[in-house]
Design a protein around this ligand. Structure first.
Ligand code: HEM
Length: 436
């Protein structure tokens, strides 16, 4: 009862703050929520015209919209990734959780740690992402892409890019990377999508399921790691077990949380890169035709897709003390959010930023973050995307969008759609709507 009352009061306060942000700070676009979800770039453009760093009372902090400012924020160690250091937010998250447990507070991963713990663990985890080893996965990735495409229904000639390619591909690649048995694939695919529920504040059931999934995954990895200790392997887990830096090794707990992080971080994100990339190319037919004529443009095209439709749209940071940042007075513990989706479209970084141009020179984006937390899986994600696009457009040169309504995820952290149906030859009309 008390919790319900607290939540109702919270929701009331939230609606007032949204108004303040609209009328006073300019950090709320005033657009209807459905439109914000359908075209977040329109929102960021409106907000950027009000300032490059804006106060937001809704999130009790700041949003950073300019490219240079967001990049600096990512590398500035006066800002923390560790939510446990912020008592107000930790308490709010625990109140929102039905049983008071919050996975990323109870089992923080690399992503939620600051130096010196972050520096120490990252050095060790780096051993698992050896570049040569990642590149050696290319033939296997190509095999998985072909298997996914073979699941296309020849009778209808239709194919769901999200469900039949963009989701299973990264899951299978991560299973290979971690060295997990292929029969467990469905299990950890389900667990990792349930785990995302821990971020769904206000949705008790999703949070509860996410916390259960986290416990189950930790038990699962405990068994896998014990097995690999007695049967040494060359996969990422095998490498983590033997990784050593100046006499230091990962503890068993650090190994579990790293495995869970890799599973989640490398899965949803790459799914979005591939499906958003195919959608963007099919919406910009001239660019797709140019790419087909000039396959050497593929690497640049993938960077442009990352810039134009970043799979991760924002990441939170907290101020560790009172300070000045680009002339703004930031107070200790305030939340400050680099908005990747806005920074990538900042015209001071990329000319004509709303134009999708696969020949763009010197593309500037922070879709993999920047500084100490720069994505560890960026080379793997790029490789998966390149192999998937090459094979897809080679096998289906006349791929077009089918008639459908595009359903965008309502979670602002990630940008992606539920399904993307394509057909081999005929075109279709595309409507857009938000997920419920
Ligand atoms: C298109 C795909 C991907 C995108 C857009 C992406 C994006 C990001 C971003 C923005 C960060 C930085 C977060 C921050 O600064 O707080 C990050 C960190 C990380 N990513 Fe990725 N990622 C992708 C794929 C992958 C893959 C495939 C893996 C692993 C297989 C991976 C593993 C990680 C890890 C371990 C970190 C934490 C690094 C640290 O905290 O030091 N990511 N990623």
């Amino acid at each position: 009862m008390k919790r319900k009352l607290l939540l109702a009061l919270g929701q009331f306060a939230f609606s007032i703050l949204r108004r303040v942000d609209y009328y006073i700070t300019g950090s709320n676009s005033g657009l209807p929520p459905e439109e914000e979800i359908r075209d977040p770039y329109k929102v960021w453009k409106i907000l950027r015209s009000n300032g490059r760093i804006l106060r937001s009372y809704t999130n009790r902090g700041w949003m950073v919209l300019g490219f240079e400012e967001a990049q600096q924020l990512f590398k500035d160690t006066r800002f923390s990734s560790d939510t446990r250091k912020n008592k107000f937010i930790s308490r709010a998250l625990r109140t929102a959780s039905p049983d008071g447990r919050v996975t990323f507070l109870d089992h923080p991963t690399l992503l939620q740690l600051d130096p010196p713990d972050h520096t120490r663990i990252r050095k060790l985890v780096n051993h698992g992402f050896n570049h040569k080893y990642i590149l050696s996965m290319e033939p296997r990735i190509a095999g998985i892409v072909n298997d996914c495409i073979n699941s296309c229904d020849a009778a209808t000639g239709q194919f769901d890019i999200v469900q039949q390619l963009a989701k299973p591909l990264p899951a299978m690649v991560i299973a290979e990377l971690l060295g997990l048995p292929s029969e467990d694939l469905q299990y950890f695919q389900d667990m990792s999508s349930r785990l995302l529920g821990v971020t769904a504040i206000g949705n008790d059931e999703a949070i509860r399921q996410g916390t259960i999934a986290s416990d189950e995954l930790i038990d699962y990895f405990e068994k896998v790691i014990a097995d690999k200790k007695s049967n040494p392997s060359q996969d990422l887990i095998g490498r983590l077990i033997v990784a050593e830096e100046e006499g230091d090794r990962l503890t068993v707990d650090e190994m579990y949380s790293t495995c869970v992080l890799v599973l989640v971080a490398g899965h949803e994100t790459t799914t979005r890169l591939i499906s958003n990339g195919v959608y963007t190319l099919l919406q910009h037919r001239d660019q797709l035709e140019m790419l087909k004529r000039n396959p050497e443009l593929m690497s640049n095209a993938v960077e442009e897709m990352l810039r134009y439709e970043p799979p991760v749209q924002l990441m939170p940071r907290y101020a560790l003390g009172d300070m000045e940042f680009y002339g703004k007075k930031i107070k200790k513990n305030q939340l400050i959010v680099p908005i990747i989706a806005s920074a990538n479209r900042d015209p001071t970084a990329n000319e004509n930023p709303d134009v999708f141009d696969i020949t763009r020179k010197n593309i500037k984006h922070i879709s993999f973050g920047y500084g100490p937390h720069l994505c560890l899986g960026l080379n793997l994600a790029r490789l998966e995307a390149k192999v998937a696009f090459n094979i897809l457009f080679e096998r289906f040169p006349n791929l077009t969008l089918a008639d459908q309504e595009i359903v965008w995820t309502p979670i602002p952290l990630v940008r992606g759609m539920k399904n993307l149906i394509v057909n081999l030859n005929e075109g279709g009309s595309v409507k857009q709507r938000q997920d419920q």
